[in-house]
Design a binder for this molecule. Structure first.
Ligand code: EPZ
Length: 454
C-alpha cells in the first residue's frame, strides 16, 4: 500500500514503476501466477462513502494504484484521517472532515473521475462542495449531465464555473424520483451516495447493477442505510439521519482478472489469477471459451490458458450482466491471433477503439467502423457514434514503437508487444499504474522479458 503520496512502498518498486517507457522483447508465453486485489472501480467509491459515516471505517484489500492515492489525497485535504494499518488495509476517520479550498482540491484531483462522487457526501456534511475539472481515460467525452441532473433533483444548487463545479444545499437534500437515461455506473453511485442521507425516500430507475455497485450497496447497508434492490433495475433508498463507519473487504478486480486472462490467450500462456471468482465473470468466461480459451475454476482463483487454435468471436459490449466495455481492449489483442474474422461492437463509449491503430502498426488487421453495426438505435442517448471493430486473423505481430492512449489500451499494447516477434517500445506506461497494481512485478513473475528504459 502506498505512503501518503502515490509513491509505491518499496525503493525497488519506485525505480521500476516510475518508468514511463518500456522496451519489451516479445515472443514468449506468459506463465505463472498473479494475484488481483480489490477492484479499482469499487475501492475508490467505498473510500468516498466513508465521508458519510460518523465513525471510522476500515476498507480491506485496497489495491496499491494511483487512483486510490488520488482519492486518499482528496479525502485528506478534506480533513479525513487515512491510515494504512497494514498492506491493503485502510482506516478512514471522517470525524475531522472540513471544507477544503479550491486550489487544494484541484491539485489533488489528478486524472480521475472519482471527485464527482464527493458531491453528495460533502453536501450532507458541509452544505457545499467543489468539483474540479475531471480526468479519466480519453475514451469519449465523459459527460456528467446524468450526475448534475440527479443532484439538482435532490435539491442541490449546481453552479458550473470555468474552474469546476460549485454546489450548495442551503436547505439540505431531500429524496428524489430519478430515472437515468442510461444505466450509468457513476450516476448510480452518485445517487446512492446522496440518497442515503437525504430527507425522505428516493426511487432510482434504470440503475446500473454491476457487482461493484452491489458491493457499494452492501457497504452503505453496513453503515445503516436502508436500500432495497428491486427487479428491473429499480433501487429504493430510504434516507436516514445518520450513518456509522463500515468494515468491508473489497470485491476483487474483474477487469484486471479479465486482462490477465486475455494475456494468456494472446501469448499462448498459462496464467493463474489468484482472487478471481466465477460468479462475477460468467459472461467473460463464455466469450473466453468460445474464443478458444480454457479455464479451471479453483477455490482461490481461476487458471486461464489457450486450448488449441484461437477462434473468431462476435462480441457486443454492454452494461452488466453483458460483456463489460473494459474487457474488449485486451480481448481484441487475442482476437488478432484467431483464425477468422471477429467483430467487437463497442456500445458504451464512443471512442474506445482508437487504440487499434497501434495494433495495426504491429501487424494486426483491424478495421474500425465509426458508425458501429448498422443499427439506428443508440444505447447512450444523444450518442452520435458507436464504433465496431472487425478483426481479421491470424496476423503475426511484430515489434513497434507505440504510445499508451488510455488505461486498458495501454495494458493491451504491453500484451501485444509480449505476443509480438521482436522488440517494441511502449511509451507513457505510467497510465497503466492507475489501474494495475504492481504491474511490472506481475509481468516479471509471468516471465515477461522487458526493461524500464525511461
Ligand atoms: C465506470 O465509468 C468505470 N470507471 C469505467 O471503467 C467503466 O468502463 C464504466 O463505468 C462502465 O462500466 C470507474 O468506475 C472509475 P458510466 P463511468 O457512467 O462511471 C455516458 C476503466 O477502464 N454518460 O457507466 O464514468 C458515458 O459517456 C474505466 O476502469 C453520460 O452520457 O461510466 C458513457 O458513454 C473506463 N452522462 C456511458 O454513459 C453521464 O452523466 C457509460 O458511462 C455519465 C455517463
Amino acid at each position: 500500500m502506498s505512503t501518503p503520496s502515490s509513491e509505491p512502498a518499496s525503493a525497488q518498486q519506485t525505480s521500476r514503476e516510475e518508468g514511463e517507457i518500456l522496451e519489451i522483447r516479445g515472443g514468449r508465453p506468459l506463465v505463472g501466477r498473479v494475484d488481483v486485489k480489490g477492484a479499482k472501480n469499487f475501492a475508490t467509491k467505498a473510500m468516498v462513502a466513508s465521508l458519510l459515516g460518523e465513525t471510522e471505517s476500515v476498507l480491506r484489500d485496497v489495491p496499491d494504484i494511483s487512483d486510490v492515492a488520488v482519492v486518499r489525497s482528496l479525502l485528506e485535504v478534506h480533513g479525513v484521517g487515512v491510515v494504512e494499518e497494514s498492506e491493503g488495509v485502510l482506516r478512514l476517520d471522517p470525524t475531522g472532515a472540513v471544507s477544503a479550498n479550491f486550489e487544494e482540491i484541484d491539485a489533488h484531483a489528478g486524472a480521475s473521475r472519482i471527485p464527482i462522487l464527493f458531491c453528495g457526501p460533502l453536501l450532507h456534511l458541509l452544505g457545499q462542495a467543489f468539483i474540479p475539472d475531471l480526468g479519466g481515460c480519453r475514451i469519449g467525452d465523459r459527460p456528467i449531465d446524468f450526475h448534475l441532473d440527479a443532484l439538482r433533483k435532490f435539491g442541490a444548487i449546481v453552479d458550473k464555473q470555468p474552474s469546476g463545479i460549485r454546489l450548495s444545499a442551503p436547505e439540505g437534500l431531500h429524496g428524489a424520483d430519478i430515472e437515468l437515461p442510461y444505466p450509468s455506473v457513476g450516476a448510480t453511485e452518485q445517487v446512492l451516495l446522496t440518497a442515503v442521507r437525504a430527507r425522505g425516500t428516493t426511487e432510482l430507475r434504470n440503475a446500473a447493477i454491476e457487482p461493484e455497485i452491489m458491493d457499494l450497496i452492501a457497504v452503505l447497508q453496513k453503515m445503516g442505510a436502508i436500500i432495497s434492490y428491486e427487479p428491473n433495475r429499480v433501487i429504493f433508498i430510504e434516507g436516514v439521519d445518520k450513518l456509522r463507519g463500515y468494515d468491508h473487504r473489497s470485491i476483487f478486480d474483474r477487469n484486471e482478472a479479465a486482462s490477465w486472462a486475455c494475456a494468456a490467450l494472446a501469448t499462448d500462456g498459462d496464467i493463474f489469477v489468484g482472487g478471481a471468482k466465477q460468479q462475477e465473470m460468467l459472461t467473460f468466461l463464455n466469450v473466453f471459451r468460445k474464443a478458444g480459451g480454457d479455464f479451471d475454476i479453483q477455490e482461490d482463483g481461476i487458471r486461464f490458458r489457450r486450448d488449441g487454435a484461437l477462434r473468431p468471436v462476435s462480441v457486443e459490449t454492454d452494461v452488466h450482466p453483458g460483456f463489460m466495455t473494459d474487457w474488449q481492449q485486451p480481448l481484441i489483442v487475442a482476437l488478432t491471433q484467431a483464425e477468422g474474422v471477429s467483430t467487437v461492437h463497442e456500445t458504451v463509449y464512443e471512442n474506445r477503439l482508437g487504440f487499434t491503430q497501434a495494433l495495426n502498426k504491429m501487424g494486426a488487421d483491424i478495421v474500425v467502423h465509426p458508425e458501429g453495426i448498422a443499427s439506428p438505435e443508440r444505447r447512450v442517448p444523444r450518442r452520435a457514434l458507436e464504433q465496431a471493430a472487425v478483426i481479421s486473423g491470424p496476423t503475426p505481430l511484430h515489434g513497434a514503437d507505440v504510445v499508451v492512449p488510455d488505461l486498458r489500451g495501454g495494458y493491451s499494447y504491453v500484451i501485444a508487444a509480449l505476443a509480438a516477434n521482436g522488440t517494441s517500445i511502449v511509451r507513457n506506461v505510467g497510465i497503466i499504474r492507475r489501474g494495475y497494481e504492481k504491474f511490472f512485478d506481475k509481468l516479471t513473475a509471468l516471465g515477461a522479458d522487458f526493461d524500464v528504459i525511461g
